[in-house]
Every structure is written in C-alpha cells, then in structure tokens.
Design a protein around this ligand. Structure first.
Ligand SMILES: Cc1cc2nc3c(=O)[nH]c(=O)nc-3n(C[C@H](O)[C@H](O)[C@H](O)COP(=O)(O)OP(=O)(O)OC[C@H]3O[C@@H](n4cnc5c(N)ncnc54)[C@H](O)[C@@H]3O)c2cc1C
Length: 340
C-alpha cells in the first residue's frame, strides 16, 4: 500500500499499517516533515473539560495514549520525538474566570476519569505566566513533542518495520492513503467540485532558554512550550489570507511580544529561529478521515488543523482499521462527507 504525504498524518498512518504487517511505501514530493508538521511548537494540549463532544472525547483518548505511543515509536527508531507530559499553566484573568476555572476542576475530575487533573493553584515565583489574580490553572494532561523530530522518529520506525520512504515521485501500489495536508484539501475540492477546507497559515518562533523540565504555558492565545533541546517555542498566528506561506513578519513579532509579556523569563533570551507553515483546516474543522469519494481504493487522512500533532496517532489507528480490515469506526464528525 501507499501513503502520499510524509507529515504527521501520513507517517502515523504508514506506521499504523506497518505495525499490522502491511508493506508500506510513503511518498512525499518535498521531504519528511516538509509541511505543517515540520513546525516548532508541538503542544499536545486538551480542550477545556466541558462542552464535551465526539472530537473532545476522541482527543482525550489520543492524549492519554500518547505517552505509550511515542515511547514505542522512539524505541523502534532510536530517535527521540521529544515527548514529555509535563502539564500546562494558564493565567486566570479575573474573578469570573476564577469561578469558571474552579467549576472545571469538578468537570475534569469526571470527564478525565481520574487520569489527569485540572487544578486551580497559586502562582509562584519562577517559570510560569504572569497572572492578574495570582491564580493559575494547572492541568496534568498536556504534553509536548518536537514536531520535526517526532516525524523523523516515525519515519525511522516505519523503515525498521520494512517500510520505504520515497522523496520526490514514486509509483503508487495497492490502497492509497492521501495525507497531503492543505494541498490535499484543495485537490479534494477540485476533484469533487465542493469546498473541502482551506489552509490556515501559522507563524512561530524559538527562544534559546533551557526550561526543558518545566510545564508549557498557554496565555492570551499563545502557546509557550519548553523543549528537551534547551529551547522554548512560542506560537502561533492564525492567518486565512497570506501571500507567502513560509514568510515570517510583524504578526510573529506580536506573538513574541505577547509571550514575553506573559513569561518575563523569555525577555533576555535570544530568538533562535522563526518559522511559518500552513495548517490543513477541513470545512468541519475536525480531522477528515475515510474513503476519497468516487475513487475506490483511495482514502483521506487530513484536517489536523491546530491539533493535528495530538490527533494523528489515534486517527491513524481508525484509518488502518478501515483500509486493512474494512472496519469502519470513524466518528460521524470526522467523516470526509462532514466537510463536503
Ligand atoms: C505554526 C503552527 C503551529 C502548530 N502548533 C501545533 C501544536 O502545538 N499542536 C498540534 O497538535 N498541532 C499544531 N499545529 C498543527 C499541525 O502542525 C498540523 O495539524 C499537522 O502538522 C498536519 O499534518 P499533515 O500531515 O496533515 O500535513 P503536513 O504536515 O502539511 O504534511 C503534508 C505533506 O504532504 C506532502 N505533499 C503535498 N502534496 C503532495 C503530493 N501531491 N504528493 C506527495 N506529497 C505531497 C507535503 O510535502 C507535506 O510533507 C501547528 C501548525 C502550525 C502551522
């Protein structure tokens, strides 16, 4: 079988199929992690523990399974994905937000099945966001990966399982999973004549600051994620209109300024890198999984949008069930038709 696209969705699908014994060829026209998956942020973070739906329930399973998943992939490849579940801190803006955060302590206890906590804690000196109320939300579910390294770890594991990764053009054989990111959404729209989704650009930056064992921060819409290599990534912008998909500009300067305002420890640290890429957003805003309409033997794994790194492994399991075993357990909200 063939997987087109060596981003996190394609690689996770290829890995899921290869672990079940399939002979897999991955083809990417530009390289491993050449698209959105080659980014720098890598937050694997939950939605707030309320407004429960199929997507948030599925995301919880994906987050809970991530530790064992990445340990297994890394052990096979010998490459570190940078995974660590170190939790997340968020500032609490005012009294209203404090009551809501406390109500969520109780809802998390139920919805997260005692496997992770959402707690309201006192802000302390040192690493963490400035909080106007002196209170923080600390969740123990959030984790991080280094996106590019995680893709290379998956690629190594696929090769170890006998799979092949072709950069450039290669012949398709057998069933094909199309995991070609935002370009794939455009191709699907052109093929079906219906809007399938769009690309949403994001810009992010990397600071040279070693807080590798510290929790990530989410403040004012900005993810601030310490990584194992002694850097802290911050992101991201969200742009539906853009001329250059890989250029960084003043919009990123604003994200950097907001990150420094919330985490003053970043103030003296150098900005080592600036990065931009395009997220695939399906029209439903949920992952898009299942058969390509009207093209037997062709399947779609797409629509990761802002949480694709977190969702890809669990989505890949669903698609492997369908492609290899004909077992269709894809939630309604994730079906291709939900976006067409
Ligand atoms: C700035 C930014 C920050 C983000 N932060 C996070 C985060 O913190 N947490 C999180 O979970 N998610 C995050 N995301 C989202 C996440 O990166 C994406 O959801 C995910 O990477 C999408 O993976 P993908 O494999 O579907 O697409 P991509 O990674 O874009 O991969 C598609 C691949 O297909 C290849 N391709 C395209 N067309 C063809 C073709 N015809 N033939 C062969 N190959 C082809 C491309 O070269 C590319 O390598 C972020 C995204 C951005 C841009």
């Amino acid at each position: 079988m063939t997987v087109r696209g060596a981003g996190i969705f394609g690689l996770a699908c290829a890995h899921a199929c290869a672990t079940r014994g399939a002979r897999v060829r991955v083809i990417d026209r530009a390289g491993i992690a050449a698209g959105a998956s080659g980014g720098v942020v890598g937050a694997l973070a939950p939605h707030t523990p309320d407004a429960w739906n199929a997507k948030t329930a599925f995301q919880l399973v994906a987050l809970l399974e991530a530790e064992a998943y990445w340990a297994g992939v890394d052990a096979r490849s010998g490459i570190s994905s940078g995974y660590a579940r170190l939790g997340r801190l968020q500032p609490v803006a005012d009294d209203r937000a404090l009551s809501l955060a406390r109500a969520r302590e109780a809802s998390a206890a139920g919805l997260w099945q005692g496997r992770a906590e959402w707690r309201v804690v006192r802000a302390k000196a040192g690493w963490g966001p400035v909080s106007p109320t002196g209170w923080l939300i600390h969740d123990t579910l959030s984790a991080r990966i280094a996106p590019r390294a995680a893709c290379h770890s998956l690629a190594g594991a696929i090769r170890d399982l006998g799979g092949e990764i072709v950069i450039g053009e290669g012949a398709e054989a057998g069933a094909v999973i199309d995991a070609t990111g935002h370009d794939g959404l455009a191709a699907l729209a052109a093929d079906t004549g219906r809007p399938a989704g769009t690309g949403v650009k994001g810009q992010a930056a990397v600071f040279g600051l070693d807080r590798r064992d510290a929790p990530q921060v989410f403040a004012d819409g900005v993810h601030i994620v310490p990584h194992a290599d002694g850097t802290v990534a911050v992101g991201s912008t969200s742009e539906t209109e853009f001329a250059d998909p890989t250029a960084t500009d003043a919009l990123l300067d604003d994200v950097i300024a907001r990150a420094v305002a919330y985490c003053p420890e970043l103030a003296g640290a150098p900005v080592l890198a600036r990065w931009a890429g395009v997220r695939p957003r399906a029209r439903s805003r949920a992952p898009m999984l299942g058969p390509w309409p009207g093209r037997p033997g062709r399947y779609i794994a797409n629509g990761g949008f802002k949480i694709g790194l977190a969702m890809a492994p669990a989505c890949a399991g669903l698609l492997a069930d369908l492609v290899l075993e004909g077992r269709d357990a894809i939630p309604e909200a994730f079906r291709v038709e939900a976006s067409l």
